[in-house]
Design a binder for this molecule. Sequence first.
Ligand code: BV8
Ligand code: ZN
Length: 252
Amino acid sequence: MKNDSAVALDALLARAADALRKAKRVCVLTGAGISAESGIPTFRDALTGLWANFNPEDLATPEAFERDPKFVWDWYEFRRELIRQAEPNPGHFALAELAGRVPRFTLVTQNVDGLHQRAGSKGVLEYHGNILRDRCCVEQVIAERSEDSRHGLPRCAACGGLLRPDVVWFGEAIPPGPMLAAAAAAESCDVFLSIGTSSLVYPAASLAESALRAGATVIEVNPDRTDLSPAADVVLGGPSGLLLPRLLDALS
Ligand code: BV8
Ligand code: ZN
């Protein structure tokens, strides 16, 4: 005999699946929560090791890099290693499959880990960049590392300039391509899925707001309540690695 919360969840999954079944255009925004079940700590999770007393919002800034590029680079190398050892989880794979089930599907991620692409998602809009790419601070282009990068800070093979991870730091602009494409998808979607994000970082958090203004059905997947929860049409309260495959099942 299913308990009440299980029955309630089934009803919510059925409502979400119904909205998706009718949708022509679907826009999805993901955050760190979708990669939590792959063993990658979220931004809310306290930092560990050398960075334990630091707030990510203080480390992921041009000022911190200016002040101590080695310290910031060590943090990024630490995160890169975690990401290299990680595997996409059923939440990532469910979104890759959902893309083939709806006419128009746009996946926007705040995550810099590349796990959506490794799960087979195509055309992912990397709203905050990708941690596994190096960018030259002088030429502002994706760059290869020079031989002598081994002893200390990574240098650009083309101009010898300092390299930085190709991510968007706090206080920096979102890359125009992903920003414009994401805004267009959010404003024109029938269903907006907000998955594994605390909806606290802007302008990413404004995408759900513009979808709401455009009259879209907003579905949130998160074990915790967020600032978006009161405005969402359907809140699926639980881990995305569990609930997204169940949403796909409810869709078929
Ligand atoms: C800019 C890349 C201006 C780097 C990142 C308006 C109001 C207030 C502040 C601002 C505002 N506008 C701008 C700001 C400032 C700032 C901002 O938003 N600050 C916040 C802290 C208040 N925004 C900026 O600085 C942006 N730039 O505004 O530039 C400008 C404009 C033009 C020209 C020049 C300049 C840039 C922001 C991007 C920063 N870079 N990442 C890196 O990764 O190192 S942000 C980074 O943090 C992530 O990418 C992500 O966006 C954010 C973390 O949020 P989430 O992903 O949601 O993760 P979080 O840990 O918070 O939450 C996890 C959630 O998952 C939780 O809800 C949890 O319950 C849930 N969960 C846990 N387990 C699971 C789960 N869900 C599902 N399943 C599970 N198993
Ligand atoms: Zn260079």
